[in-house]
Ligand binder design. Structure first.
Ligand SMILES: C[S@@+](CC[C@H](N)C(=O)[O-])C[C@H]1O[C@@H](n2cnc3c(N)ncnc32)[C@H](O)[C@@H]1O
Length: 361
């Protein structure tokens, strides 16, 4: 059969993608088989993680569409792994097969199944979920289909439900309360991790974030999942509630109506210190910048927005470098990938405000 499509090169991988594709945003379903060019950065991060941070052997790209992610990892990352590249749509599988052939891959095979059937039958060291919208309906199957120490990678594009725009949806899907606030993507991401932690605990599994982040229009999670009641209990201990007061800017952790959410680190800094961005990625500069910031980013929840504080104090915001230098004089401070104008610090809010007043225009 002659597959209709366009040949593109993403990173150093050649891909046949459908004639109609998404260029940007959450990716409305345009044709039967999906491809979103803007997700190239998301795939670059996956390639970098396989190249230098994680070492799973038997891997599943469970919702692969054209196979772009799994195929790029097989072509561009070094390592001793094999990928099953799966989609329940038979036409998607035609593209996957063609893309495996085009890149001459020997470490990838195509599979045409509902991921829930596949994961009831086989176990994997790495499972990647990348649905339209919420991944929650697929998480139980993925957790059950992981080996005793596996990695679950998840993309979620329903950021609005998690970040306070649709609190009812958040309660139903994520069993948590969200609220709009200046750090809404961090609170949303933490609610999502918290939900996976609770689902894993039901199966006596513990969860440790390897790298969890927000970019463009989605949340992305790489989670290390370990069997054991003790591991599950330790993960549950890191869940809690929080509150945000829009008049004072105060974030109170451990009490409040937002949550439950994950309050532990969003990444494993020891693992991430090994990250090396390979040559030839699609968004090489952006990927390098993000890994540089992740490596330095403090583990303190929750970040501050320069504009949030400026408008609270009715002052013009100072430049970020000036602010980072001033905050660095009184404590620890770092940039954050959540926002180009955001920063994290271990100092209390009153010291942040004082420093701000001393340098603001
Ligand atoms: C957002 S697309 C995946 C995009 C792809 N990972 C990429 O990087 O381009 C979601 C895919 O999941 C597939 N899908 C949905 N439900 C599924 C299921 N239960 N089992 C397997 N595949 C499924 C759809 O057919 C669709 O191709």
């Amino acid at each position: 059969m002659n597959l209709e499509g366009t040949s593109i090169v993403e990173g150093s991988t050649e891909l046949l993608v459908p004639l109609v594709i998404s260029e940007k945003g959450p990716g409305k379903v345009q044709g039967r088989v999906f491809f979103n060019r803007q997700m190239a950065f998301n795939r670059d991060v996956s390639v970098t993680m396989f190249h230098s941070v994680i070492r799973p052997r038997k891997c599943l790209d469970a919702m692969a569409a054209t196979g772009a992610r799994g195929i790029r990892i097989c072509k561009e990352a070094t390592g001793d792994f094999r990928f099953v590249i799966n989609d329940k749509d038979s036409l998607a599988c035609e593209y996957i097969g063609e893309n495996i052939r085009r890149n001459g891959l020997e470490n990838a095979e195509v599979s045409n199944a509902d991921l829930r059937c596949l994961l009831a039958d086989q176990v994997f060291d790495y499972v990647d979920l990348d649905p339209f919208g919420t991944p929650i309906p697929f998480v139980p199957a993925a957790l059950q289909g992981l080996t005793r120490k596996g990695i679950l990678a998840v993309t979620a594009t329903d950021t609005a439900s998690l970040s306070g725009t649709h609190p009812g949806k958040c309660r139903r899907r994520y069993m948590g309360n969200s609220q709009r606030n200046p750090f809404l993507h961090e609170s949303g991401l933490r609610i999502m991790i918290g939900t996976v932690v609770r689902m894993a605990a039901q199966l006596d599994k513990g969860v440790t974030p390897l790298l969890c982040y927000y970019a463009d229009h989605y949340f992305r999670l790489f989670l290390s999942i370990k069997d054991g009641a003790g591991a599950a209990d330790r993960s549950l201990e890191q869940l809690g509630m929080m509150s945000y007061d829009r008049n004072t800017g105060e974030r109170k952790i451990g009490e409040g109506k937002m949550g439950p959410m994950w309050l532990g680190p969003l990444m494993d800094h020891e693992a991430m210190s090994k990250a090396e961005v390979p040559e030839g990625l699609a968004c090489a500069e952006r990927t390098k910048q993000h890994f540089d910031i992740w490596k330095e980013e403090l583990d303190v929840p929750f970040y501050y927005e320069t504009n949030e504080i400026a408008s609270m104090l009715k002052l013009s915001p100072p430049g970020r470098d000036e602010l980072l230098a001033a905050m660095g004089g009184i404590g620890k401070v770092s940039r954050t990938n959540f926002s180009p104008t955001g920063f994290r610090t271990d100092r209390p809010l009153e010291e942040v405000l004082e420093t701000f007043r001393s340098i603001a225009l």
